[in-house]
Design a protein around this ligand. Structure first.
Ligand code: 4AD
Ligand code: MG
Length: 456
């Protein structure tokens, strides 16, 4: 079987030669003596035109095929007389594999993204989702390539865990207890013997591996029972969490910026057709903007300076701007879209709104944290330098009511050869959105899990 992508890119080599393609019919037009099929084989974003004539013994059956049907075609690649495509396949044999029933929900008209979410199992057969999921796949590869080429070790953090890394109380529970024992909080009969859940972040685990390998990263699914019904939150999402030893917050930001630029360039180079599609139909000017981002420095501002900028903006925000409050999406988007007009790192957040493991700054009010905000989305990366001092970390945990017993293994890293280290978490779906211009996280996840929705 030939791949349509290869036929497009190297069609000179195949002209007037026999080819075989298999795929799903996008459209079919027939007349008495011949017909045209737009066939998509999934290897490429574009479909290929198949011409069939009434000298084929099954001409009648082919003519009756409808959108969605699968066929295998043997034929010759010839120059196309039409102007729409440079070449087409003149078929000698069309083998009908699977007839699509008439109520096939993907018809030629343009469907809304909302409707396509209700047929998440069929939407990869549309142009938009073909492009989105091919780019998503490439982005995953880009991330592995970036870290592997730099000598990072890929660590698989556990999915089931007993520690809530972010301390935000957003863990989904995993238990084998009956409702009765659950009500009594009697975990003696539980599979794990204690309260377990799905991981919200692999960070604590990967910090321990960082203290052995020096440079590590995770790339896996994470889960949050966060009841946020927005276009940027999912209950199940993938996160990339690098962790580097002998490194501070500046090293961390440098790594985040280099990684972001690398993966942007990677997809622009490896998926030019898909990126052209997004540029034309999803987000005008996307390619130019991404090229600019990958070739200029990101902005940097402290949280305290960011609050001043927001206060001076005279803009009406729904949430009050006040030192000590977390930045809301509207604030983040103002900073990155209207003020800096490029990606911006916000650093040194108040300790009260950030996780327990972040390194306390000398001012004792802020921590060495950084969030990377990008236009169109807001926060895409959250990271920090970690508190490597055992005593400071313990008193921080006491303040927050976290039990030192539960985190004994984590505290061991600070007992046995502690060293300054830093890391961050990149929300993979948010990066896919940023690179493709897609507006809703539900449209960059194959089968999204969001409040009241775990279908498929
Ligand atoms: O800022 P967060 O909560 O940071 C952490 O989990 C740290 N442990 C990371 C680290 O330092 N190793 O999450 C990191 C990123 C966010 O910036 C965001 O892009 C994404 O994960 N994220 C979500 N993406 C989709 N849906 C959600 N509900 C998300 N919550 C966080
Ligand atoms: Mg965050």
């Amino acid at each position: 079987k030939n791949e349509v992508k290869d036929l497009y890119r190297n069609h000179q080599n195949y002209l007037d030669k026999p080819v075989t393609v298999g795929g799903w019919i996008r459209t079919i037009r027939t007349s008495k003596n011949f017909g045209f099929i737009e066939l998509n084989d999934g290897t490429f974003f574009n479909s290929i035109q198949i011409v069939f004539e009434n000298d084929l013994e099954n001409f009648e059956e082919i003519s009756k095929l409808t959108t969605g049907s699968s066929i295998l075609v043997h034929g010759t690649l010839v120059k196309s007389p039409g102007s729409k495509q440079p070449f087409e396949v003149k078929s000698n044999e069309v083998i009908i594999k699977g007839v699509s029933e008439l109520e096939y929900p993907l018809q030629k008209k343009r469907h809304t993204f909302e409707f396509l979410r209700t047929i998440a199992h069929l939407r990869p057969r549309t142009n938009t989702f073909s492009a989105v999921f091919r780019v998503r796949s490439l982005l995953a590869h880009a991330i592995h390539t970036f870290f592997q080429e730099k000598g990072f070790v890929y660590v698989h953090a556990p999915i089931i865990t007993t520690s809530d890394a972010e301390g935000a109380g957003e863990m989904f529970k995993v238990t084998t207890l009956s409702n009765e024992n659950l009500a009594k909080k009697d975990y003696s009969k539980d599979f794990f013997g204690k309260e377990a859940g799905l991981t919200v972040s692999g960070q604590l685990n990967v910090e321990t591996y960082c203290m052995a390998f020096g440079k590590v990263y995770t790339f896996g699914p994470t889960f949050r029972a966060e009841n946020s019904n927005t276009g940027r939150h999912a209950a199940e999402f993938w996160m990339i969490e690098p962790e580097i030893a002998f490194a501070d917050l500046n090293d961390d930001m440098e790594l985040a910026e280099e990684m972001t630029k690398f993966i942007i360039n990677y997809v622009l180079e490896k998926a030019p057709e898909e990126m052209e599609f997004f540029n034309k139909f999803i987000d005008k000017g996307l390619i130019e903007r991404l090229k600019h981002v990958s070739s200029s420095d990101f902005a940097k501002v402290t949280y305290t300076e960011a609050i001043e900028i927001l206060e001076k903006s005279n803009k009406k925000f729904d949430f009050p701007v006040k030192w000590g409050n977390d930045l809301q999406t509207e604030h983040e988007r103002y900073l990155t879209e209207e003020h800096f007009k490029k990606p911006v790192f916000v650093t040194d957040y108040p300790k009260g709104i950030k996780a327990f493991y972040m390194k306390l700054n000398p001012d004792e009010k802020t921590v060495a944290a950084m969030d990377l905000l990008v236009p169109g989305i807001g926060e895409i990366i959250g990271g920090s330098q970690r508190e490597e001092n055992l005593e400071t970390l313990k008193s921080k945990m006491d303040e927050l009511g976290l039990s030192q017993e539960d985190y004994w293994w984590y505290l061991d890293t600070r007992k046995y050869g502690t060293v300054e280290h830093a890391g961050f978490g990149l929300g993979f779906e948010r990066m896919v959105m940023y690179v493709t211009g897609m507006q809703n996280i539900r449209d960059v996840v194959s089968f999204p899990r969001t409040p009241k929705n775990a279908d498929f």
